[in-house]
Design a protein around this ligand. Sequence first.
Ligand SMILES: NC(=O)c1ccc[n+]([C@@H]2O[C@H](COP(=O)([O-])OP(=O)(O)OC[C@H]3O[C@@H](n4cnc5c(N)ncnc54)[C@H](OP(=O)(O)O)[C@@H]3O)[C@@H](O)[C@H]2O)c1
Length: 417
Amino acid sequence: MGLGTVGRAFLRALAENRDDIGRRLAEPLEVTRILVRDPARHPEERHRLTTDARDILDDPEISVVVEVMGGREPARTYMLEALRRGKSVVTANKEVLAYAGPELWAAAEAGQADLRFEASVGGGIPVVQGLTQGLAADRVRSVVGIVNGTTNYILTRMTDEGSSFEQALAAAQAAGYAEADPTDDLDGHDAARKIAILASIAFGAHVSPDDVAVEGIRHVTAEDIRYGQGQGWRLKVVASARLEADGLLLRVGPAFLPQDHPLAGVSGAYNAILVEGEPVGQVMFFGPGAGGGPTASAVLGDVIEIAWGRHQGVSAPRPVRYRPCPLKDPATDELAAYWRLDVVDRPGTLAQVAQALSEASVSLRSVEQRPKPDGRATLLLVTHRCREGALRQAVANTGRLPVVLSMGPPIRVEGVD
Ligand SMILES: NC(=O)c1ccc[n+]([C@@H]2O[C@H](COP(=O)([O-])OP(=O)(O)OC[C@H]3O[C@@H](n4cnc5c(N)ncnc54)[C@H](OP(=O)(O)O)[C@@H]3O)[C@@H](O)[C@H]2O)c1
């Protein structure tokens, strides 16, 4: 279902690797029907195109449905129906999975069909299989990753070339790494869906993207990045799920990482996911996070697994039993933060800002004041570790000061006390 970037790459990979796949499986894989909206756009496939999903859902010969249309509907409805009818489903659709996961698993159990979704997170990186199989024995403590290639490309360009946010976004769009409407990527929603999927697997709890505290990167400036470089930090959009004593903490947002952090060197459109568990310790998954080829590789891998399972007479999904898992309130989390303020450059300004922070019980680790034209100055602050709730209070206090002309939101700094 769907013949766009991933659908076409899937057909290509299947054709190119037919012999190898045939050797691994006892029977060949055959794509018999392809659902499209406009057959005239795909003349090379006309013998197997259809515009009616019933031709697939009602066909008893079809045992696996590959959904690569994207979007919530009709993808969700088609997947549910296929599963209930005993057809296994492979999807790359993080949106449907993140919001309709429990419904899909219930349908898979009802139809004794398999549901696989390796391509929905991390493109070609086998992280779903890594978590569900390779680390099945572990008690996972945290899953922390760079899972959005668009924002990683933008921040890498801003870091390596000193570009502004707008220049880096335009470059990402020109290179095909950012959509015409990049809202979901820039504002963190795409990464929130992916960390929700990973957290659901890692912690056996149903996590919705709405449970994730999300911050975007539109406010990040070249000056922020340069300041961080001077401190030995790299700015990344980090998606994290951590199991703490008081609940599961889920967030997506920009964070400065020390240069020796395992995720700091992940550049461009690459993705990486760092998993920490017992007894395994730290495991890192790394690779191409998007693109037709890598995504098709993950989709085809899932289809092959299903075909092999069917051949062995095992087509049922592993039952998913979600356990209740309380969420931790991010306001109770602790962080050190970097913060940029534009202020009126006159005696007493810094003292007022320091007072506003101190009233919220936030203490300063360092301050740099940079003179700007027209009697203004930029203050670059780094706080000691404090409660996030206290930092929010400090932002509110500071925002009320007449000497403060504008300010960006604070940015988390890892590895600082
Ligand atoms: N591209 C990647 O790098 C990547 C990576 C990971 C995951 N994914 C996921 O993979 C899925 C597909 O992505 P893509 O990049 O291949 O998207 P795409 O290039 O936009 O392709 C989607 C295709 O599905 C077709 N389609 C949409 N709704 C349909 C419907 N109701 N009936 C029939 N056909 C329909 C579209 O037809 P029209 O051409 O008529 O619109 C289009 O050809 C999405 O869920 C995406 O999130 C993609």
